[in-house]
Design a protein around this ligand. Structure first.
Ligand SMILES: [Zn+2]
Length: 206
């Protein structure tokens, strides 16, 4: 499926971005976008702790401003943080300079070399700017936990169906997804663990 597992042509649009880590390693990279928010992030942190799993949170700068204690809590529990712009900008509507200012503003709070563009799209001029300054991280599996047409069970099935070695799996700590994640996340982690996957976060060499 084109949405859950991005096609090759899409990956070629952003050749320097990270879509999947080492396919020879039995590991997955859990990522959570759009937080931190009190309605979702603490639940996710507790589930991750239960499975001794570390993850990467691509945060919206404005949420970090609103909930600085949650931002600190995510880091304190050993997770990695990444930049997801300050205002969750879609890049087609904005000039490169506007976008760059927004990313830089988020960086002043988040301080990370990892960046994920909202909606997974970047205008080419923006992409060239971003990749000079950040490691762009896309994904190998989209769980579609944000979709109102999917249930928690569907989200879990997406994880089971599309995960493979080195997969970067995308979830959201958002209001749209949290009801589904309450069901799907513990079960997904249980399944991944039983399948022998190791949970990893990105490093300097990724
Ligand atoms: Zn997002």
């Amino acid at each position: 499926m084109i949405i859950e597992q991005p096609a090759r042509w899409l990956r070629w649009l952003y050749p320097h971005a990270l879509w999947r880590v080492n396919p020879n390693e039995h590991s997955v990279y859990l990522t959570f976008d759009d937080g931190p928010i009190p309605e979702a992030t603490p639940f996710i942190l507790d589930v991750l702790d239960q499975y001794d799993a570390k993850a990467t949170f691509f945060m919206v700068g404005d949420n970090v401003r609103k909930y600085p204690e949650l931002f600190e809590e995510v880091k304190r529990r050993g997770h990695l943080v990444g930049n997801h712009t300050y205002h969750h900008l879609g890049s087609f509507k904005h000039f490169t300079l506007t976008y760059a200012v927004d990313v830089t503003k988020a960086d002043a709070l988040i301080h990370s070399r990892f960046f994920r563009p909202p909606h997974g799209w970047l205008r080419h001029s923006v992409y060239w700017w971003v990749k000079q300054n950040y490691r762009v991280v896309m994904w190998d599996v989209v769980t579609r936990d944000y979709s109102k047409y999917l249930t928690g069970e569907d989200v879990l099935n997406n994880v089971k169906r599309y995960t493979r070695n080195g997969s970067i799996i995308t979830f959201h700590d958002s209001l749209k997804s949290i009801d589904k994640l309450r069901y799907a996340l513990p079960k997904a982690l249980e399944w991944l663990k039983n399948e022998g996957y190791e949970f990893k976060v990105f490093t300097e060499k990724d």
